[in-house]
Design a protein around this ligand. Structure first.
Ligand code: SF4
Ligand code: SF4
Length: 198
């Protein structure tokens, strides 16, 4: 029968409209807007009706797999020095679909041979499409997708190695499940290698 689709659609709209007020009544008296509990509820699957997030005062919690412009992970040395995990192998630059990664390898001045450490590393953040392929393909867990999406700027955003570098602790804080699994895999590899050498 003609018009049933339209009626179904209107029914869904009406349900959302009514649910919005039912939810508001359920949360009456509680600090709905701005409270972490309220925001978490509105972002959850259990939320009903329509809601507005008062950004930037309110922010919806990000899921672990959320991805924005990549960053380079560094570990801290014994004297607090930043040791980038990147070996400048170039895999990320090769797989990057819009080709927005540019790496210059360090070379040994006496032999001219490459050293596994980037002399320069740039990402053109204006071109990056946040696909995450660089992070997926990096064999050294050296590049990871960030959660910081507040990067709007009037200037061209070409990030160098210093800007891109963030500590492993930061990575662990935004992606705890991934980081735990990767740390365990790395520890297992080291143990296996040590076992072979005995
Ligand atoms: S970030 Fe990873 S894939 Fe890219 S050059 Fe460094 S080690 Fe290689
Ligand atoms: S996220 Fe995608 S587009 Fe951005 S640098 Fe990585 S591979 Fe390139």
């Amino acid at each position: 029968m003609y018009g049933t689709g339209i009626l179904k659609g209107l029914g869904v709209t009406l349900k959302h409209f009514v649910d919005t007020y039912i939810e508001d009544l359920r949360w009456l008296g509680r600090k709905r807007y701005g409270s972490p509990e309220g925001i978490a509820h509105r972002a959850s699957k259990g939320s009903r009706g329509i809601f507005t997030v008062q950004y930037p005062e309110e922010k919806v919690p990000l899921p672990e797999e959320f991805r924005f412009i990549p960053f380079l992970v560094y570990d801290e040395g014994q004297e607090g020095e930043k040791i980038l995990r990147c070996t400048s192998c170039g895999i990320c630059a090769k797989v990057c679909p819009p080709q927005c990664i540019w790496i210059v390898r360090t070379t040994d001045p006496s032999t001219g041979r490459p050293i596994p450490d980037p002399a320069e590393y740039y990402i053109d953040a204006d071109i990056c499409m946040n696909c995450g392929l660089c992070a997926e393909y990096c064999p050294f867990d050296a590049i990871k997708m960030d959660h910081n999406y507040e990067l709007a700027s009037y200037k061209r955003m070409v990030f160098d190695k210093e800007t891109l570098a963030k500590p492993a602790a930061y990575y662990e804080s935004i992606r705890p499940i991934n980081a735990t699994a990767e740390n365990a895999a790395r520890a297992a590899k080291v143990a296996a290698r040590a076992g072979k050498m005995e």
